[in-house]
Design a protein around this ligand. Structure first.
Ligand code: NAD
Ligand code: MG
Length: 385
């Protein structure tokens, strides 16, 4: 049976690869809503190709352009446009939401889709970093599955299949090391955005590429794993694995370690999530172990990567702290990409904001959105005078 699907962030790195999987399985999914932020022409082409009933874009002016070109569909814009998309045809609970947005704008649409009882294939890791407790509690209440797209969580999910969760001793998340894995702390003082955007192993959106260079991305993945798999922070470890073929591992109490190994290609975890955790052919390249030859693992030095430690700290402190961690980082990365601050200032900003986090033990959606906005605005204001 054909399944209805909503794709948020259709023009991004993940969004485009989601569409490749849909193209490879035209019998499986029907696109009912699509969104993009700025690329109105690209979105327009996607509307011609996939014929959704609804589309949303960043601004009101661009929405007018879209409406003019596509009078046959409904059009929205801005934050409300994302929520309209996520809740499109609200009576149909089986519609799959694929969230490929970047940043905190992904939280509210996920929340509203889960509230309707819809399953969510989640690439937007900021959703669970900011609002993991809120989203997972709601998902349990509504009997909704959150299907991870991030390759590390897909790997863990695959290593858990058919095994007793009570027998898990540890989850081990692998890290490529990002663009600066061979640089010392001293050398990091002078690196710029162009260098940081050169990921050694693959190409992704700008924000996650910077998050990989600071290791914040790995910290986010620890927080995501905690929420997705209900595992305490002290049972989640990270390891440096520069080849990036082992996507993550699960260690069991009998001493077995299960790993998921494949080429670095997001289309594999995307397809696994879209099909609800079952295996289907997809355009991913097959991996030749002989050509890989060697796999290496080493310790991630906490002094070299302080942002990983900040993520554990925010997770352990709980409440509003992970939201503050994310917001400060999001604004700092934006400043770094605009060449307004040096690389190491990203971690200084996050450290400072974590130290001054407001107190809020059980934040609601409104609390999270408010603190996110306040922290981001304050950071941007301080540096963009
Ligand atoms: P990207 O920058 O390539 O794409 C982001 C998409 O979100 C675009 O379609 C853009 O139009 C939209 N968008 C951005 N800001 C928006 C806003 N304010 N309002 C509405 N739409 C907005 O990012 P990406 O690399 O595809 O990453 C998407 C998410 O997936 C991120 O959370 C990232 O951490 C996660 N992720 C990405 C990869 C990867 O390989 N790219 C791997 C794992 C996880
Ligand atoms: Mg990842």
């Amino acid at each position: 049976m054909m399944r209805s699907l909503i794709l948020l962030g259709a023009t991004g790195s993940i969004g485009r690869q989601v569409l490749e999987i849909l193209d490879a399985h035209p019998e499986a999914f029907r696109v009912v809503a699509l969104t993009a932020h700025e690329k109105v022409d690209e979105l327009s082409l996607l509307i011609d190709k996939y014929r959704p009933e609804f589309a949303a874009i960043g601004s009101e002016e661009q929405a007018a352009v879209l409406k003019n070109r596509h009078p046959e569909i409904a059009v929205g814009y801005g934050e409300t446009g994302l929520i309209e998309a996520a809740t499109w045809r609200r009576e149909d609970r089986s519609t799959l939401l694929v969230n490929a947005l970047v940043g905190s704008c992904g939280l509210a649409p996920t929340y509203h889709a889960v509230d309707l009882g819809r399953p969510v294939a989640l690439a937007n890791k900021e959703t669970l970093v900011i609002g993991g407790d809120l989203i997972m509690d709601l998902a349990r209440e509504r009997h909704v599955q959150i299907l991870p797209i991030d390759s590390e969580h897909s790997a863990i999910w695959q290593c858990l299949q058919g095994n007793d969760k009570a027998a898990v001793r540890r989850m081990i998340i692998t890290a490529s090391g990002g663009a600066f894995r061979d640089k010392s702390r001293d050398e990091l003082a002078t690196v710029d955005a162009d260098q940081a955007l050169q990921h050694p192993n693959w190409s992704m959106g700008a924000k996650i590429t910077i998050d990989s260079a600071t290791m914040m991305n790995k910290g986010f993945e620890v927080i995501e794993a905690h929420h997705l798999f209900g595992i305490p922070a002290d049972k989640i470890d990270t390891v440096l694995h520069p080849e990036s073929y082992v996507h993550s591992l699960v260690e069991y109490t009998d001493g077995s370690i299960l790993a998921q190994i494949s080429d670095h290609d997001m289309r594999l975890p995307i397809a696994y999530a879209l099909f609800g955790g079952s295996r289907h052919p997809n355009p991913t390249r097959f991996l030749s172990l002989e050509s890989v030859g060697k796999l290496t693992f080493s310790r991630l030095d906490p002094d070299r990567y302080p942002m990983l430690g900040m993520a554990y700290e925010a997770l352990n402190r709980g409440g509003i702290h992970p939201c503050v961690l994310n917001a400060a980082n999001e604004a700092a990365v934006r400043l770094f990409l605009r060449r307004s601050i040096p690389f190491l200032e990203i971690e200084n900003i996050v450290r400072r904001d974590l130290d001054h986090a407001p107190s809020c033990l059980h934040p609601t959606l409104d609390d999270l959105l408010k603190v996110d906005r306040e922290v981001q605005t304050a950071v941007l204001r301080q540096y963009l005078k």
